[in-house]
Design a protein around this ligand. Structure first.
Ligand SMILES: *Cc1c(COP(=O)(O)O)cnc(C)c1O
Length: 390
């Protein structure tokens, strides 16, 4: 540990380190990858990197990683089939900020619009709608968590004089259901609703939906006008992050030039993390399209294994098509705590992120089968490393 702190404070740091290490090991319930290694990037922690302003416009604050940020955005604009020469985006603090941005653009385009989203939508979206003061209607979801298209059709019918903003889920939080953007577009066309905007929340599944066959209807070519994903979920990052891709012509309507930063104020926050674009860039360079696809296929195969194994011991597990989330009745509190399983309305899930393998699933199932309530468990711990200054 560094010598700048008292021995008591050093001890607190190493205790914290061990706690985090231990809690990370047993972690099957939240959609966060743990298999990243950014050691090569450690030297960058010595600098006050800040990408404030627009990633595509130079700023007078030049300790930045905008060049890498632009490459990350370009990669995903292509993956999400954004219109050629009409895309723009930036690396956000997470999926929620990207969703807020999509809704913000939609409101600037259609200030009088009604927003429709299914009742399986992430909890942060209602807050965003409140912040933006956008009137909204919750649509029923089907048993599997996907939007009920008939309910959507009927609700649209009642308000067809208003412009429409659809907030579509590409992987819901609880069951990883994907709303079908093409189908939604078809409903809007049938009702002859011209003024509409579709934002796709791909926080979890957006990152790998392009690698699934048959490809789900989720991106710009399917009818989306903007798309947000999280970076710390499928891709993996020690700091939460994400990105949002929009149509450039839409973003141009809100750009304001600011002398103080020598850039345009097109993003939600002022200062922006300059390290997270570097993490994402590093992962994309290291894995490439092929590596990302392999990660997705690995997750899908572990999820299929988990579902089959759960069923084989009599647990009623199920999953949506091509999902890495396996849903089952919520187990005892002890198991939920040990494996950090979220539960809602009597359901729990395991999310087979790329770092999850079959042996972890086997261990979880052994616990589910024996279910020794109140057992005191302990695990082999690695000693905390000595921290050496860079
Ligand atoms: C995780 C998640 C979010 C929020 O993303 P953050 O990166 O945590 O801000 C939004 N929607 C869905 C479907 C999610 O899974």
């Amino acid at each position: 540990m560094t010598s700048n702190l008292s021995s008591g404070d050093n001890k607190r740091l190493s205790d914290l380190y061990e706690k985090i290490q231990d809690r990370t090991r047993l972690f099957l319930g939240y959609p966060v990858s743990k298999d990243f290694d950014y050691t090569d990037l450690l030297p960058f922690l010595q600098y006050p990197i800040n990408n404030l302003g627009d990633p595509f416009t130079a700023s007078t604050y030049a300790v930045d990683t905008r060049e890498m940020e632009r490459e990350v955005i370009e990669f995903f604009a292509n993956l999400f089939r954004a219109p050629t020469d009409n895309w723009w985006g930036y690396v956000t603090n997470g999926g929620s900020e990207g969703n807020l941005y999509g809704l913000y653009l939609a409101r600037e385009l259609y200030p009088k619009a009604m927003v429709y989203y299914s009742d399986a939508t992430h909890y942060s979206v209602q807050k965003n709608l409140l912040l933006l003061n956008m009137p909204n209607i919750a649509i029923r979801s089907q048993e599997n968590g996907e939007m009920d298209y008939e309910d959507l059709h009927n609700s649209l019918l009642m308000n067809r004089h208003l412009p429409v903003v659809i907030f579509a889920n590409i992987g819901t939080t609880m069951t990883e259901a994907k709303d079908d953007v093409k189908k939604i577009k078809g409903i809007l066309r049938n009702l002859a609703i011209k003024n509409h905007y579709i934002h796709a929340d791909g926080a979890l599944s957006g990152s790998y939906s392009a690698f699934i066959e048959p490809r789900p209807a989720f991106d710009f070519a399917d009818g989306a006008d903007s798309m947000a994903i999280s970076g710390h979920k499928f891709l993996g990052s020690p700091i939460p992050c994400g990105l949002v891709i929009v149509k450039k012509t839409n973003r141009d309507r809100i750009a304001r030039s600011i002398d103080y930063i020598g850039s345009v104020d097109t993003t939600i926050t002022g200062s922006r993390n300059g390290h997270t674009p570097l993490f994402l860039w590093y992962t994309l360079k290291k894995l490439g399209l092929q590596g990302l696809k392999e990660r997705a296929l690995h997750s899908l195969s572990v999820a299929a294994y988990a579902e089959a194994q759960l069923k084989s011991v009599g647990i009623e597990a199920w999953s949506n098509p091509n999902a890495i989330t396996v849903v089952f009745p919520a187990p005892s509190k002890w198991i939920c705590q040990k494996w950090q399983l979220a539960s809602e309305n009597g359901l729990s899930h395991v999310i087979c992120m790329p770092n999850v393998d079959r042996s972890q699933i086997d261990d979880l199932i052994a616990d589910l089968v024996s279910n020794p309530e109140g057992i005191n468990y302990s695990f082999q711990q690695q000693p905390a490393p000595t921290f050496t200054p860079l």
